[in-house]
Design a binder for this molecule. Structure first.
Ligand code: B12
Length: 250
């Protein structure tokens, strides 16, 4: 007799698999019930609910706490589910939108200092639309009193160099999540050097390693967005890119 046809893959309900994954995401990312609730809404990809919950939690928790201990761990959970193959692009897009909406509310609450300390140019690499890391960096830098020249995502090499020429920032940052796009960073660094602009260039993002960034002049590797304000303070106090690299990288 022939083997019975395995129908399981044909009749798998992937929508149910996703719903179950969402239920499982109640994987604890925080000891704090309120922050866990923020993360859960984000993981569920519910932008409206995330906004509602963040607005409520802002009455009891500091905005930076919500970003660092609710929203970022929530997005890390989304990344995990993606890596497991349980989340697909639609879920990830919904969670990203919820993340950006949540950060905007926290930023609003934090307010901005009137007197800006200095300019920092930020961008996400050419060909790359993964800008969540950059959005966090922008927010933390603004809150720390820096004037953020936000070039956005998918920024051509030439535009980054031109922005540095025009604005003369104390520091420039780059985010890349793809191995194909991070190659823009050494090109930018070389062009900046050529133009006599020896600005610390802090590069971060999932695809980017310390070894890679420290392989070219001006490059300093940023592991966590939360390092950005202290790095900008270093640049402001006159540390050169090589001094900053020694301090921040191994
Ligand atoms: C969210 C996401 C998306 C969203 C992006 C939404 C957005 N607005 O950003 C959407 C759904 C649009 C998307 C699209 C695509 N994606 Co995608 N995506 C992801 C996912 C799941 C999470 C990334 C993320 O946001 N992480 C959370 C943030 C906070 O992390 P982060 O940016 O790394 O930032 C942290 C640090 O790196 C650091 N940091 C970052 N920048 C900086 C800067 C400074 C100065 C400092 C100090 C620190 C710092 O701080 C942050 C933490 O505090 C990853 C999977 C994963 N496991 O990472 C795939 C992933 C990045 N995507 C991938 C791919 C292939 C794509 C697509 C090509 C898919 C497709 N077939 O269309 C497209 C890309 C289109 C394009 N041209 O860019 C691949 C990249 C593979 C590679 N290594 O090259 C990944 C790794 C998935 C995979 N395993 O295959 N994606």
């Amino acid at each position: 007799m022939k083997d019975a046809l395995n129908t399981a893959p044909i009749f798998t309900r992937y929508d149910l698999a996703i719903e179950n994954a969402q239920r499982r995401t109640v994987r604890q990312v925080s000891e704090d019930a309120l922050l866990q609730h923020v993360a859960d809404c984000l993981v569920a990809g519910d932008e409206e609910e995330t906004q509602k919950v963040v607005a409520e939690v802002l009455n009891d928790r500091a905005p930076l706490e919500i970003i660092n201990k609710g929203l970022i761990p929530g997005m890390k959970e989304v990344s995990r589910l993606w890596d497991l193959g349980e989340y697909f692009l639609p879920q990830v897009i919904l969670s990203s939108d919820a993340m950006i909406a949540g950060i905007a509310l926290c930023e609003e609450k934090l307010g901005r200092t009137l007197e800006k300390k200095a300019k920092v140019v930020t961008h996400t690499a050419e060909g790359d639309i993964h800008d969540i890391g950059q959005v966090i960096v922008n927010s933390l830098l603004r809150v720390a009193g820096f004037d953020v020249i936000n070039l956005g995502a998918d920024v051509p090499v030439d535009d980054v160099v031109e922005a540095c020429r025009v604005h003369k920032p104390i520091m420039v940052t780059g985010t890349a999540l793809m191995t194909t796009t991070m190659t823009a960073f050494p090109k930018i660094a070389a062009r900046l050097k050529q133009a006599g602009l020896e600005i610390p260039f802090v590069c971060g993002g999932g695809a980017v390693s310390e070894d890679y960034v420290t392989s070219f002049d001006l490059g300093i590797w940023g592991k966590e967005a939360s390092q950005a304000p202290a790095m900008a303070e270093d640049a402001l106090s006159g540390l050169s890119w090589s001094e900053m690299r020694t301090k921040w990288n191994g």
